[in-house]
Design a protein around this ligand. Structure first.
Ligand SMILES: NC(=O)c1ccc[n+]([C@@H]2O[C@H](COP(=O)([O-])OP(=O)(O)OC[C@H]3O[C@@H](n4cnc5c(N)ncnc54)[C@H](O)[C@@H]3O)[C@@H](O)[C@H]2O)c1
Length: 320
């Protein structure tokens, strides 16, 4: 017999990770409601494989009236909150929309959900709230020391969620994934940007000396972790979702060049990102133990899958 899936509302479900989560839910037999403002980063094409399996609302999370009315109508048992401004470089150029969506939008959504008495609010945070770590790993009790305006806005949202848990006994939990990659990622992030440049015969820009280290999680593994947290995660808790697959940016770019058959010198070092975090690394033992989650896809295999998808979807990448 199919397990019963609760009624779920997803914010940011037309984005990169939110859409992977929505596709997984639909495959599992759920009929989620998706709320997305469809900013430059949102695209309903990401949901074409789930067509007919969800309800869609084009709405911004900062619109309290709209959020109240959608949540009153849908009466979700679970809310999974992915909607955010998500690109660090954009936050360095102009932080305003990050403060608006990531902090104020989260507060508005929390208040709308509080009115309707939902059972579980899953707040999608990021490893970047911990800041950088030269060696070792961050666990869920590590202090929040964000360095970019993006990371600071996400850490602020985490603190708000934690305050609502304590003050109102609001039933939330927080997920902190490491860097995601995979199909449908907007080509402003390192991996799809590198693929697009290689396909266009251009050099791949690499910040600084390419020594920054990122921990890479295939997007479907991330979605599976969030799904497990939805079923088994305890309210009030934080769960890191890391892959243990640490790569220097320059090595990632060189592997992509090799996989796509381009010359190993088709890249250029460019002026470093201001305040660039050197290394991120999560301790994900808690998610393994309490949620039974382990990522399945190794970075080199996931990159091959991503390159394969990109070759089939060149036009989508080039249009962005
Ligand atoms: N991409 C990563 O590597 C990564 C890693 C860790 C955590 N995260 C977090 O995961 C979440 C999803 O990230 P992503 O990479 O899928 O982002 P994304 O930029 O691809 O998608 C964000 C989605 O939110 C929507 N959105 C933006 N502002 C909105 C608003 N005001 N109201 C409603 N919808 C709005 C956009 O239209 C888009 O569909 C974010 O909260 C991000 O901080 C991302």
């Amino acid at each position: 017999m199919r397990k019963k899936i609760p009624k779920i509302l997803i914010t940011g479900g037309a984005g990169f990770i939110g859409s992977a989560f929505a596709r997984l839910l639909v495959k599992e037999g759920a009929y989620p409601a998706i709320v997305d403002k469809l900013t430059y980063a949102g695209d309903l094409k990401r949901l074409k494989d789930a067509e007919g399996g969800f309800k869609f609302y084009k709405a911004g999370i900062c619109d309290l009236k709209r959020m109240n009315s959608i949540i009153a109508k849908e009466r979700p048992e679970i809310v999974a909150h992915f909607a955010a401004e998500s690109h660090v470089d954009r936050s360095i150029n102009d932080a305003a929309s990050f403060i608006e969506t990531n902090i104020k939008g989260t507060q508005i959504l929390l208040d709308a959900c509080r009115k309707q008495k939902i059972n579980k609010f899953i707040h999608i945070s990021t490893d970047e709230v911990y800041g950088e770590i030269a060696s070792g790993k961050f666990n869920e009790s590590s202090p929040l020391r964000p360095n970019s305006p993006y990371a600071a806005s996400k850490a602020s949202a985490d603190l708000l969620v934690q305050a609502y848990i304590r003050t109102y006994k609001f039933p939330a939990l927080i997920i902190r994934p490491c860097n995601n990659y995979g199909p449908w990622q907007y080509p402003e992030k390192l991996i799809p940007l590198a693929i697009l440049n290689i396909l266009n015969g251009k050099k791949v820009p690499v910040y600084g000396q390419g020594k920054n280290v990122r921990e890479w999680l295939y997007v479907d593994d991330c979605a599976a972790g969030i799904f497990k947290a939805m079923l088994k995660g305890k309210v009030g808790q934080v769960y890191n979702l890391g892959s243990g697959q640490e790569w220097k940016n320059i090595d990632t770019v060189k592997l992509l060049l090799k996989t796509l058959g381009a010359g190993q010198d088709q890249f250029e070092f460019v002026k470093d990102r201001p305040g660039h975090d050197l290394r991120y690394r999560l301790d994900s033992a808690k998610a393994a133990k309490e949620l039974g989650w382990r990522p399945r896809i190794k970075f080199a295999d996931g990159l091959k899958l991503t390159v394969g998808w990109s070759l089939k979807n060149k036009n989508w990448l080039k249009q962005k």
